[in-house]
Design a protein around this ligand. Structure first.
Ligand SMILES: Cc1cc2nc3c(=O)[nH]c(=O)nc-3n(C[C@H](O)[C@H](O)[C@H](O)COP(=O)(O)O)c2cc1C
Length: 181
């Protein structure tokens, strides 16, 4: 089964990027990372049935349609979802590729809250889009800093890795169920 990941951080040394790479390594199947940093700002004028979507938007929609499950990994900015990730989701609202798509939302933060506001907001947006939010596969990871090995840019903390493994197993199970006729 194919997993597509979207990151809410564009930062080169992103802690959420490290979480994302670690989670993808635990997925049994092909994986890909969506290039949402290349998307233009969402504009409904470019989103209608008669509109030709910009190339990065078309590429995102194709990648989401081809995925059996989605993994969103994101920081929280100002108690909210980073604009780059909300922008990507806005491009997917009317086109429908997220409908019934199993999705896991993982947020990581240097603070004890684990990005709980952004996590809740992402789940709410995905539910509104009628994606299948797999609650058992969602995680809020607190105090992420020391849990990452800067040499590998991956999660080194055993407990967090185990949690990510459980989360990916739940996401894979949901994807397998949704493929069953
Ligand atoms: C503009 C800005 C706002 C932030 N707001 C929050 C916040 O509301 N909650 C939080 O947990 N962390 C907040 N942070 C801290 C980020 O969680 C931290 O910078 C984190 O490393 C960003 O994720 P990344 O390492 O994946 O880029 C904020 C950071 C920035 C730059």
């Amino acid at each position: 089964m194919r997993l597509l990941a979207l990151s809410g951080s564009l930062r080169a040394r992103s802690s959420n990027g490290a979480v994302l790479r670690s989670a993808l390594a635990l997925w049994d199947g092909p994986t890909a990372l969506a290039d949402i940093g290349a998307l233009p700002h969402f504009n409904p004028d470019l989103d209608g049935e008669d509109a030709t979507p910009p190339a990065p938007v078309a590429a995102l929609r194709t990648a989401v349609a081809a995925a059996d499950a989605l993994l969103l990994v994101s920081p929280e900015y100002a108690h909210g979802v980073p604009g780059v990730l909300k922008n990507a989701l806005d491009w997917l609202v009317s086109s429908g590729e997220c409908v019934n798509k199993p999705v896991a939302v993982v947020t990581a933060s240097p603070f004890p809250t684990g990005g709980d506001h952004a996590n809740a907001q992402l789940r709410e947006t995905l539910r509104m889009m009628t994606g299948e939010v797999v609650t058992a596969a969602c995680r809020e990871i607190p105090a992420i800093g020391p849990k990452i090995d800067p040499a590998t840019a991956r999660v080194a903390d055993e407990e967090t890795l185990a949690e990510l493994g459980v989360a990916m197993a739940h996401l894979a199970a949901a994807a397998a169920t949704s493929l069953t006729p």
